[in-house]
Ligand binder design. Structure first.
Ligand code: BEZ
Ligand code: FE
Length: 329
C-alpha cells in the first residue's frame, strides 16, 4: 500500500505552492484558497474545468447551507452507485442519464446543423455483437413483437445519398426488455447492423418497440422514487450511424402517441425524432417486405441526414466560443 514498506511515508513529490495562502478560518477563505490552488494545474483545460466545478460546488454548499447529515447521505449514495457497477452495469452513467447530464453533454457536442438528424442518448443496451443483416432481412426473431418495417435513405445535409453507411440498430421486444436483460441470452436478438446501398437506401424488418423502465433496482432507482419521478422511457428504436467523413450519429426514433414522450426519464426525446408509424394492411406490401402471408405491419419511414465532420466541428467551435463569452459577461 502507498506510504507503507521499508522507507518513510512520502508525499506525491509536489512542493508547497510558491504563493502565500491565508489560513482557511472562514467559509470565504476556504473557497478562495481552493480556487487559488487551481492555478497550479499545468493543463489549462483541466484548470478551467476544475475551477468551474469548485465554484459551483462551493456555491451549492453555501446557498443550501448543506447539513453534515445531508453531505454524508450524498457521499453514501455515491458510494452505493459505485458499488452497484459491474462489467455489465454502469450505475454512474444511469445517474448521469436521469440527471439530464448525458442529454446535455450530447446536445452540446452534437449541435443541430442545417437539417441534420438530431442525436439522442446512447443508453446502456448497445452491444458490439449485433449480427450483420442484409437489407430487407429481420433483426428480430419470430414472436418478439408486432411487425414493423424500418426504411429510409442515408443522406448528407446537401441531399447527396451516402452509400455503405453502417447502421447499428437495437430495440426492446414486446415485453419491454433488451436481449441482454435475459439471463438465458444465447445470441443477439432485436439488434443488427445494416448498410445503406449505393443510393443510400436501407430497410429491415423489426418489431414495434414498447415503453420500458430503466433499471430501478439500484441507488438511481431509489433516487427517482425519493424525488417522485417515474423511471420510464417512451418506446423507441435506437440507431447509430457511421460513414467516413461524417459526424457519427447516435440517435433514436420515438413513435408518437406514447404517454412518456414528454417526460422521458433520461431526457432523450427531441421533437424532430418523434415519428408517425404508418399502419399498412396490404398483403402485397407485407409480402414484398418478407412478412408472412396476410400480415399487416407498421412502417417507420425516415431518412437519416448525416452532418459532414467539418461542418459539425465548426458549429461546435462557434457554440463553445459563444458559451465562453456568455459566461465571462
Ligand atoms: C436506453 O434507451 O436504452 C436507455 C438510455 C438511458 C438509460 C437507460 C436506458
Ligand atoms: Fe433504449
Amino acid at each position: 500500500m502507498e506510504g507503507h514498506g521499508d522507507g518513510k511515508a512520502v508525499s506525491n513529490g509536489i512542493p508547497p505552492p510558491s504563493f502565500q495562502l491565508p489560513y482557511p478560518d472562514s467559509p470565504e477563505v476556504i473557497t478562495a484558497n481552493v480556487l487559488k490552488l487551481t492555478e497550479l494545474a499545468k493543463d489549462s483545460r483541466k484548470q478551467f474545468l476544475i475551477k468551474n466545478l469548485l465554484v459551483h460546488l462551493h456555491q451549492f454548499i453555501n446557498e443550501t447551507s448543506l447539513t453534515t447529515e445531508e453531505w454524508m447521505d450524498a457521499i453514501q449514495f455515491l458510494t452505493r452507485v459505485g458499488q452497484k457497477c459491474t462489467d455489465i452495469r454502469q450505475e454512474f452513467i444511469l445517474l448521469s442519464d436521469v440527471l439530464g447530464a448525458s442529454a446535455l453533454v450530447d446536445a452540446i457536442n452534437n449541435p443541430p446543423v442545417q437539417g441534420g438528424t438530431e442525436s439522442s442518448v446512447l443508453g446502456p443496451f448497445f452491444t458490439e455483437d449485433a449480427p450483420d443483416v442484409e437489407n430487407g432481412d429481420s433483426i428480430a426473431s419470430e414472436g418478439k413483437g408486432d411487425y414493423m418495417y424500418v426504411e429510409g435513405r442515408v443522406l448528407s445535409t446537401d441531399g447527396t445519398p451516402i452509400s455503405n453507411a453502417v447502421i447499428e440498430t437495437w430495440e426492446t421486444d414486446a415485453d419491454g426488455f433488451y436481449d441482454t436483460q435475459y439471463a438465458t441470452r444465447e445470441k443477439p436478438d432485436c439488434r443488427g447492423r445494416v448498410r445503406s446501398d449505393k443510393d443510400g437506401w436501407f430497410g429491415y424488418r423489426a418489431v414495434v418497440p414498447v415503453a420500458y423502465p430503466i433499471p430501478g433496482d439500484g441507488p438511481v432507482g431509489e433516487l427517482l422514487l425519493g424525488i417522485g419521478r417515474h423511471n420510464m422511457r417512451p418506446n423507441h428504436l435506437h440507431m447509430m450511424i457511421e460513414a467516413p467523413g461524417f459526424r457519427k450519429l447516435t440517435t433514436a426514433w420515438y413513435p408518437e402517441g406514447d404517454g412518456f414522450l414528454e417526460s422521458d426519464a433520461v431526457f432523450g426525446v427531441k421533437k424532430s425524432l418523434v415519428v408517425k408509424l404508418e399502419d399498412v394492411n396490404d398483403e402485397a406490401e407485407a409480402r414484398k417486405r418478407g412478412f408472412p402471408r396476410g400480415s399487416s405491419f407498421k412502417l417507420l419511414k425516415r431518412d437519416i441526414i448525416l452532418v459532414p465532420q467539418k461542418q459539425s466541428d465548426e458549429t461546435f467551435r462557434k457554440n463553445a466560443e459563444a458559451a465562453a463569452k456568455n459566461a465571462a459577461a
